[in-house]
Design a binder for this molecule. Structure first.
Ligand SMILES: N[C@@H](CCC(=O)OP(=O)(O)O)C(=O)O
Length: 452
């Protein structure tokens, strides 16, 4: 008997799924259901990663503090207190079902170095191979604003991309996205499938819980990120975790996911030692799945080093380029100084920058600039020259670099292998992403920015 191919499933749980918003008591029944679900997925042959918030919430309860403090070091201290209790809770629940788990704590700094990114990736993949469930959280003790992922939705998308996961489940307090707010519009319609996130017309106005930093808008940003890396992303209700198994079986039967390169290659079916899951699969796929919204993965995902350039590194500035330079990049050429119109920010050689295409003017405008408009972000690059050098060589031919700088490290501002182009262009922030909640969740300059 053939069974479905093993998949990698990432489940992200926000603080509000883990502790009661008012009393901060752990939501034991939900946690238990999550544990049963993860073990069921394992029995179906899949590999599971959990991204679990809740350290601060659990710390608040431990120290009998009523309200999430504003002061950073207090939050970090509470996270340090809560994280070990949170893991002990997970470990004791998983132990009942003999499922080993592990803890992974990351900051953005840890992944902005390529070797450390690869180390984190290798460790996660090794744990999955060993049949262990990695439980990931942000390393709040070390994370200050500049090195924060910002919210665990973003962190979960990066983890899903790093592991080449097939599915990312963003568990939340609603069943799915609706075209209007269902609390105020009884005629609101669920949105079942989203192919183009840019075109989505949903009500995403929820700003997150009083303990967490995320909300619906950070889930959309995370979905954008994960789907660009080939991960089918699902929003569904956290109080019914059992739905995850039904949704995975349903989507797997309909091939609504990208095959991962970490799972065995071959046709979509492999021998499964667990004939029980095979029997239930045929019944499950006939049923309508529980309510959820799924974001379909891009057909040509951006993975590994190109994903890392786009999303692992925080950009230090912006290079404004003309349409000709953009065309050359699409045609696989490097970025020449002649196509650079302007530079913003203070960056050094080998740092990451945004590439923004703007309209070239035939002569300088009243502002003295050779370009106009707010531009569209088309990608990110690691540069061969820093800001002061690019200011001097922009608009010039490469053969002039030596005269202008006294040396020429490269004819390119960025080599092509150090340029990662977005599959979906990113515009200056649109209202969808303008929500900022009181715990610091909010927006960055471009839709593609993930430092929320
Ligand atoms: N890392 C923090 C949680 C970050 C956060 O607030 O995330 P979320 O609840 O998903 O919005 C913690 O464990 O308390």
């Amino acid at each position: 008997m053939k069974a479905p191919k093993p998949l990698i499933v990432v489940i992200k749980l926000g603080t509000s799924s883990i502790v009661d918003e008012k009393t901060h008591e752990p939501l034991l029944s939900i946690l238990t259901l999550i544990v049963e679900t993860a073990v069921r997925l394992r029995k179906d042959g899949h590999k599971v990663i959990i991204v679990s918030s809740g350290a601060i919430g659990v710390g608040l309860r431990r120290m009998d503090v009523d309200k999430r403090p504003k002061h950073l070091s207090k939050l970090q201290a509470l996270a340090a207190i809560g994280q070990c209790r949170l893991m002990s809770l997970w470990d004791s629940l998983f132990e009942h079902l003999r499922q080993p788990i592990s803890q992974i704590l990351l900051t953005r700094n840890d992944i902005s170095d390529r070797t450390r990114y690869r180390n984190a990736q290798n460790t996660i993949l090794e744990l999955l191979e060993m049949g262990v469930i990695p439980i990931v959280n942000e390393n709040d003790t070390l994370a200050v604003a500049e090195i924060k992922f910002g919210d665990n939705d973003t962190l979960s998308a990066i983890i899903a991309a790093m592991a080449h996961a097939n599915f990312l489940f963003l568990m939340t307090d609603v069943d799915c996205l609706y075209d209007k707010n269902p609390r105020t519009h009884p005629d609101a319609q669920p949105i079942e499938e989203v192919e183009d996130i840019g075109a989505i017309r949903a009500d995403v106005s929820s700003a997150g819980s009083s303990l967490g930093t995320g909300g619906m808008s950070t889930k959309i940003v995370a979905a954008r990120l994960a789907t660009s890396a080939g991960v089918t992303t699902v929003i569904t209700r956290s109080s019914s975790p059992g739905n995850i198994v039904k949704i995975v079986r349903y989507l797997q039967a309909r091939k609504k996911y990208n095959p991962s390169q970490h799972t065995p290659v071959g046709d979509d079916e492999v021998e499964d030692p667990l004939s029980r899951s095979t029997a239930s699969l045929s019944l499950d796929i006939l049923e309508k799945p529980p309510l959820h919204t799924r974001f379909l993965p891009l057909p040509q995902p951006i993975r590994d080093r190109y994903f890392w350039i786009l999303h692992g590194l925080a950009p230090h500035g912006t290079i404004y380029i003309d349409a000709g330079a953009h065309r050359a990049l699409i045609g696989k050429a490097g970025l020449l100084p002649v196509g650079v119109l302007d530079v913003e920010g203070n960056f050094a050689q080998q740092e990451a920058v945004r590439l923004v295409v703007v309209e070239r003017r035939s002569e300088p405008g009243p502002d003295g600039k050779l370009w106009e408009g707010s531009g569209v972000e088309v990608g990110r690059a690691l540069v061969n020259y820093g800001t002061p050098e690019i200011v001097r060589i922009k608009g010039h031919r490469s053969r002039e670099i030596e005269t202008l700088l006294g040396y020429a490290d490269s004819e390119y501002v960025a080599d092509r292998e150090n340029v990662s182009l977005l599959q979906r262009e990113s515009r200056p922030v649109t209202p969808v992403f303008e929500k900022v909640n009181e715990n610091g969740g909010g927006v960055a300059a471009y839709e593609n920015d993930i430092s929320i």
